[in-house]
Design a protein. Structure first.
Length: 267
């Protein structure tokens, strides 16, 4: 019997974490979402009594504190695993290379603010809000969903130069995770940055521009993994990620690991 809190649980990888964990009726899952009434999460909650949709916005400190308080009421003040999955990017600029960032202070902030607000600031506020519950839990694990796009070796091998704000935010997240791991080790708390792989989370028909962009990305990624055929499905990503979380211990705390449990097979 384990308890899990997952931010960004209304879609994509976050929702798949909820779906797979809910399959074990002995688990208690706290799905932290901005809108608990959204069909994507309310349907899961209605079909699984062990899923509790809780209102919480990781970019709002007051909101995420209230979410932690609501979670504590469900789990009697305890939590085994926190998975901080929330993420956002400025779609209009995600294809920019560093030299394309404008000489405009506000425009630059608009590019960097979404991933920083969800990943860096949101990661801090979420971790700190739920930490008292983790301290009372049995597994004592905190996982931040990161990316190989923040790994220096991966960038150098593939030559991927776009998605600047996203990658920088994830790199900051990785450092933040290491800092948490160092601070919380005496309490037996393990903290991990976890890359879920190259996951296809797009819902519906993909626009032609996205299809072409992903073809170009595949060629770049094949420099790191020549056998790569394309993206993986959320089911595979989360299934393997949960195995990595299960194995998380004091030795791997503070690291960035792939969904395969290493620092090589990122995709």
């Amino acid at each position: 019997m384990s308890s899990y809190a997952i931010t960004g649980a209304s879609k994509g990888i976050g929702r798949e974490f909820v779906r797979q964990l809910a399959a074990d009726s002995s688990n208690t899952i706290l799905a932290i979402v901005r809108n608990p009434d959204s069909p994507d999460i309310s349907e899961l909650a209605s079909n699984h009594p062990n899923v509790h949709a809780i209102k919480g916005d990781v970019t709002d400190p007051k909101s995420i504190l209230e979410a932690a308080s609501a979670a504590a009421a469900v789990t009697a003040g305890k939590l085994d695993v926190l998975i901080h999955n929330s993420n956002a990017v400025d779609i209009a600029s995600v294809s920019f290379n560093p030299t394309q960032i404008p000489f405009d202070a506000q425009a630059t902030r608009d590019i960097f603010d979404p991933p920083f607000s969800t990943g860096i600031y949101g990661g801090l506020w979420t971790t700190n809000a739920f930490l008292p519950l983790i301290e009372e839990g049995i597994q004592k694990k905190i996982v931040h969903i990161s990316s190989a796009m923040a790994d220096l070796d991966f960038i150098n091998k593939t030559g991927v130069s776009d998605a600047v704000a996203y990658a920088v935010a994830k790199a900051g997240m990785n450092v933040q995770v290491a800092k948490y791991a160092a601070e919380l080790a005496p309490k037996g708390i393990k903290v991990l940055a976890l890359s879920p792989g190259w996951v296809d989370t797009w819902e519906g028909e993909k626009p032609a521009q996205l299809v072409e962009a992903q073809k170009a990305m595949l060629k770049q990624f094949q420099a790191a993994d020549p056998e790569l055929k394309g993206q993986i499905e959320p089911e595979e990503s989360v299934r393997k990620s949960l195995q990595v979380i299960e194995r998380l211990d004091a030795e791997t705390s503070g690291l960035l690991l792939s969904h395969n449990g290493d620092r090589v097979r990122w995709l």
